[in-house]
Design a protein around this ligand. Structure first.
Ligand code: ZN
Length: 245
């Protein structure tokens, strides 16, 4: 049931086509949330007090394409998210359709990005956390990624229990996750979300650190999703506490 006064959490997966563990996590989240609702009082509380918006596959055609073609990423105009935020003048984005980091011809050129941006703008008063699931690196990123600067609510986002606990939860099973503050990329959705008034914006880079890379074996789906679930629940719990704007 959607109640308009509830705070909300947005989670998107599969922004980048070849990061297959992302869509797996979004599906995992929905399944776990529904299955554990009865027994897990923590999950029940989150589900009762917050609205969750889950976008399992952001870059639909790119994802589909990546299942058929491993060697080339050409002609995948949606392989890189193209939110408007100093899109192409910075490092980390490419104007060439054959590059993995291709950002599209202009900001919000892709219908999915446009639709999501419109939705988030419309609901920015309620959406308090924006979480974007990526791979791989085993890191947790937060704004700003497009420039070397500190966000205004840095203390709230970083140094309170919030991020520390999130990171702890994330580290718990995976072993060597770490937090990185500045990671330069352009057109990043977390920067966009933060700029548009969503106070908690995070990008997860899930397993691994490069051994399997994007082709994470099936056996690692469960532990990866389990640890990420804990971290996402911690972020969501944080919204019910004080430090939230
Ligand atoms: Zn990505």
């Amino acid at each position: 049931i959607t109640r308009p006064f509830k705070k909300a959490v947005w989670i998107d997966c599969g922004v980048h086509a070849r990061e297959w563990i992302g869509p797996a996590f979004c599906q995992w989240f929905v399944k776990e949330a529904l299955n554990s609702y009865q027994q897990d009082s923590g999950m029940r509380r989150l589900m009762n007090q917050l609205n969750f918006y889950i976008m399992p596959v952001f870059n639909v055609d790119g994802y589909h394409y990546s299942w058929k073609t491993v060697t080339s990423v050409c002609h995948m105009p949606r392989s890189q998210l193209n939110f408007e935020l100093n899109l192409i003048v910075h490092e980390g984005a490419s104007l060439h359709p054959c590059d993995d980091t291709y950002c599209g011809p202009f900001p919000e050129s892709e219908p999915e990005v446009k639709a999501v941006a419109k939705f988030l703008r419309k609901h920015r008063k309620r959406v308090k956390a924006y979480i974007s699931i990526h791979a791989y690196a085993q890191m947790l990123l937060y704004p700003y990624s497009y420039k070397y600067a500190t966000i205004p609510n840095f203390n709230c986002v970083v140094s309170d229990f919030h991020l520390q606990t999130v990171n702890l939860e994330f580290v718990h099973l995976g072993g060597d996750h770490s937090v990185i503050i500045f990671y330069v990329s352009s057109g990043s959705s977390i920067d966009w979300a933060y700029k548009n008034g969503i106070p908690y914006a995070y990008a997860f880079e899930l397993r691994d650190t490069g051994y399997y890379g994007f082709l994470l074996p099936e056996t690692l789906i469960n532990p990866t999703c389990t640890e990420t679930m804990r971290a996402v629940k911690t972020i969501a719990s944080g919204l019910l506490k004080k430090c939230t704007k």
